[in-house]
Design a protein around this ligand. Structure first.
Ligand SMILES: *Cc1c(COP(=O)(O)O)cnc(C)c1O
Length: 399
């Protein structure tokens, strides 16, 4: 059966043409219909495409839970990092100072971005996976009145930890400061409803939990705040205020938009709504995680994080201590079985990651576990337990 003939009413069909599943945090496995939506060319100035841009923005603002017309969406060309840089460059005034909350690669990247921007920042670096907590954020703000903004990472994708953004938001606004959120790998699956969690702006991208293809990201910002940011940006192309002002005026992106990616994203949004929106998407990813983590634990693997901090986005496992285990070979054996997994990004212990997001369900995750069991057997690894040093490292994680 051809992929197109089989794609209807079969939302979780295997990727077409023997493609492996991408168990990665984006780019990820997309629906056939999402790929199919790209088989057409659009003129970026044409009214059809302008209507597509407007629909995309309206739907994203609705996903953020804005019912009072207080928030606007500004799509930006580029990968997620471009959009984080656009966010920071636009929302932190040149004489402002940001407190960066880091517990992994993406938090550190936000700090690095501030260094490039040449603007003031301070850093709470919790290491690989300890969550930044509200009380320590509060203490840092009390100690430094110059801090005007805080940037938090919603799900720190390098470990998979789900950071306590609601608690952080309370600490920030209790002290009259402003919160920006990198919700790249969480928005669309985890709650970031503006009526429940206060923030000025958040950023995410097309190729994560909405399950589109890569090529642009978007900032969802409080309009009254965005209006104050004119002239802040260091960069012409990364100026969120200028992009927004041009869109309001012309309905167009300032420079060539990724037209096919936008078309694919609209299809991804349609599927997201049909599935049941943020709650249903989050529930599916949670089932994916639960089935996968339970199965991997049965095989003897152990997670880096305690259950409380395990996100339904991506899960980090310790490499087994067994002398026959070699990640590169494990990766190849998984790939032969149709699954692309993800190397770890921790500094202290060896690890690998398995993503729970993308167009797949718990039945696929059961097959991932079965494949991991076969791969271990083929490598001659009869015990997947991590080294004692990894367990000792994990014990440091607060309850
Ligand atoms: C994916 C991601 C980014 C952006 O990464 P790109 O590779 O530039 O798309 C930023 N922050 C987080 C938390 C992410 O998961």
């Amino acid at each position: 059966m051809s992929p197109s003939a089989s794609s209807h009413n079969r939302p979780f069909q295997a990727p077409p043409l023997g493609e492996p599943y991408l168990l990665t945090p984006g780019p990820l496995t997309t629906a056939f219909e999402v790929k199919q939506a790209m088989l057409r060319d659009w003129g970026s100035w044409d009214s059809d495409f302008r209507a597509m841009t407007k629909s995309l923005c309206d739907q994203l603002v609705a996903l953020a839970g804005d019912t009072r017309g207080e928030f606007v969406c500004v799509p930006m060309q580029g990968s997620g990092t471009y959009c984080v840089e656009a966010l920071l460059g636009t929302f932190i005034p040149r004489d402002g100072k940001v407190l960066v909350l880091a517990n992994g690669a993406y938090g550190l990247r936000a700090a690095e971005t501030m260094r490039y921007l040449g603007r003031a920042y301070s850093l709470i670096d919790k290491g690989d996976y300890m969550p930044p907590r509200g009380d320590e954020v509060g203490a840092a703000l009390d100690a430094d009145p110059a801090i005007s903004h805080v940037i938090a990472i919603h799900c720190e994708t390098s470990s998979g930890i789900l950071n306590p953004v609601a608690e952080i938001s309370e600490a920030v606004y209790a002290r009259g400061r402003k919160l920006l959120i990198d919700s790249m790998s969480a928005f669309g699956a985890l709650d970031l409803d503006v009526s429940r969690i206060r923030y000025e702006a958040m950023v995410s991208s097309a190729n994560k939990c909405i399950e589109g293809v890569p090529g642009f990201g978007f900032v969802i910002a409080r309009k009254s705040e965005l209006e104050t940011t004119k002239g802040n940006s260091h960069s012409l192309s990364l100026d969120v205020h200028a992009q927004w002002a041009a869109m309001v005026k012309t309905g167009q992106w300032r420079y060539t938009p990724p037209t096919h990616v936008v078309a694919a994203f609209l299809e991804a949004l349609r599927i997201h709504a049909a599935e049941g929106g943020v709650a249903a998407r989050g529930a599916r990813y949670t089932r994916n995680r639960d089935v996968m983590v339970a199965g991997m634990r049965d095989l003897g693997f152990e997670t880096l994080l305690k259950d409380r901090w395990l996100s339904p986005i991506i899960v980090t496992f310790f490499n087994p201590a067994h002398p026959n285990f070699e990640f590169a070979r494990f990766y190849d054996l998984m790939k032969q079985r149709g699954f692309i997994i993800y190397p770890g990004k921790l500094t202290v212990v060896d690890s690998f990651r398995i993503g729970c997001i993308g167009r797949m369900d718990e039945h696929v995750m059961s097959r991932v576990v079965a494949a991991a069991g076969e791969a271990l057997a083929e490598m001659g690894v009869d015990d997947a337990a991590p080294p004692a040093s990894a367990i000792a490292e994990r014990a440091k994680l607060a309850a």
